[in-house]
Design a protein around this ligand. Structure first.
Ligand SMILES: NC(=O)c1ccc[n+]([C@@H]2O[C@H](COP(=O)([O-])OP(=O)(O)OC[C@H]3O[C@@H](n4cnc5c(N)ncnc54)[C@H](OP(=O)(O)O)[C@@H]3O)[C@@H](O)[C@H]2O)c1
Length: 332
């Protein structure tokens, strides 16, 4: 009987990484689940996968991507456990909301440590053995937010964009040794990263960007209603590990796939205006000097107020739901 292929997946404690680890285990892979807190994550993962504690097809390794010592120790432990892994999935990630002017520099640091520096360091540790094995696949989980720089999430967008670029560079370097790279451009999935609790929020709802935050917030909240189940993401991970070519970029979910197509068709200026319109960001110059332009729905209300009799208008207003508190949604 042939040995099962081994795969390391980061961020396996929750969300997409957790669901993917379960799927890969069920599909017969030997899974090394990398996570910050093994005591918390592994019992949950084993239970979900249906694996016993002594099952060597599902093992955990402690990994904090912002900690160099943890990365070195994790790589050593991975090689001791499975030798050269066939697959390495860079999935762990964090999200944050806030304009460039608002976002803390520490946040930029953390964002790049988690999405770029940490994964690069782990890859450097594991590449010698993977290269010597002469086969294998490195999979990077990117985002629609990394296809182009999205307003309101610059640190995340920039880090995912950087991840996408180093994935391309790496693919060019390691293909001659028999290794390949796949970037998964993920659409919106229902995990902690798109919630208030799972996002660092640097937005100032009383500052100069308040008008934009309010509109983006309500539109984002509407959009995440369509977030798909994490289980629907896992098929793309399986496909990525079976990819044969030197480099592949896959859109995951209809939102990501369509954005990738639109990004190829529209010029840069079009790709600037598309998210601007979708997010309800006012036109260039309209907020100069502290102006607070009306949103599209406010304009409709003003127009309606001119033609609808006042008693009817008052009645209609009383039927409208109370405005919810700002929350999540610009993230990821
Ligand atoms: N869900 C979406 O809609 C969506 C969309 C586009 C892209 N993505 C990408 O998909 C990937 C997975 O996200 P998710 O949706 O599963 O989010 P999630 O539920 O918030 O999970 C994030 C995972 O990353 C881990 N992590 C965070 N910082 C880490 C660090 N410093 N070292 C090691 N692990 C760390 C977390 O570990 P702890 O449990 O220890 O915190 C957790 O396992 C991310 O790269 C994200 O950017 C997600």
């Amino acid at each position: 009987m042939t040995e099962p292929r081994s795969v390391v997946i980061t961020g396996a404690s929750r969300g997409l990484g957790f669901a993917s680890a379960v799927r890969l285990y069920r599909e017969g892979w030997r899974v090394v689940a990398a996570m910050r807190n093994l005591d918390r994550g592994m019992p949950l993962l084993r239970a979900a996968a249906g694996a016993d504690e002594d099952d060597d097809r599902l093992t955990g390794v402690q990994l904090d991507l912002t900690d160099t010592a943890s990365i070195t120790a994790a790589a050593k432990s991975i090689e001791e456990t499975v030798g050269a892994p066939y697959g390495l999935i860079h999935n762990a990630g964090i999200s944050a909301a806030g304009m460039v002017e608002e976002a803390d520099l520490d946040l930029w640091q953390r964002m790049f440590s988690t999405h770029v520096m940490g994964p690069v360091a782990l890859t450097k540790e594991l590449l010698p053995s993977m290269r010597a094995a002469g086969h294998g696949r490195i999979v990077m989980v990117s985002s629609t937010g990394g296809v182009r720089g999205m307003p309101g999430i610059a640190p995340y967008s920039a880090a995912k964009g950087a991840l996408d670029r180093w994935a391309e560079s790496l693919a060019g370097e390691i293909a001659p040794f028999g290794l390949g790279v796949t970037v998964l451009v993920s659409g919106t999935y229902d995990t902690d990263i798109i919630t208030d609790a799972g996002t660092t929020d640097d937005r100032n709802f009383n500052g100069p960007y308040a008008r934009i935050h309010h509109t983006m917030n309500s539109r984002g909240r509407f959009a995440i209603r369509f977030a798909r189940s994490p289980e629907l993401f896992t098929g793309s991970v399986v496909k990525a590990l079976h990819d044969e070519g030197s480099f592949r970029r896959r859109g995951v979910g209809p939102d990501a796939s369509s954005l990738l197509i639109i990004n190829r068709l529209l010029p840069a200026s079009g790709m600037h205006h598309l998210p601007r319109l979708v997010m309800g960001i006012p036109k260039k110059g309209t907020m100069r000097g502290g102006a607070y332009p009306l949103t599209a729905s406010q304009k409709v209300m003003v127009a309606a107020a001119k033609v609808i009799p006042q008693p009817v208008l008052v009645r209609l207003m009383s039927l409208m739901p109370a405005k919810p508190e700002p929350d999540r949604s610009e993230a990821q």
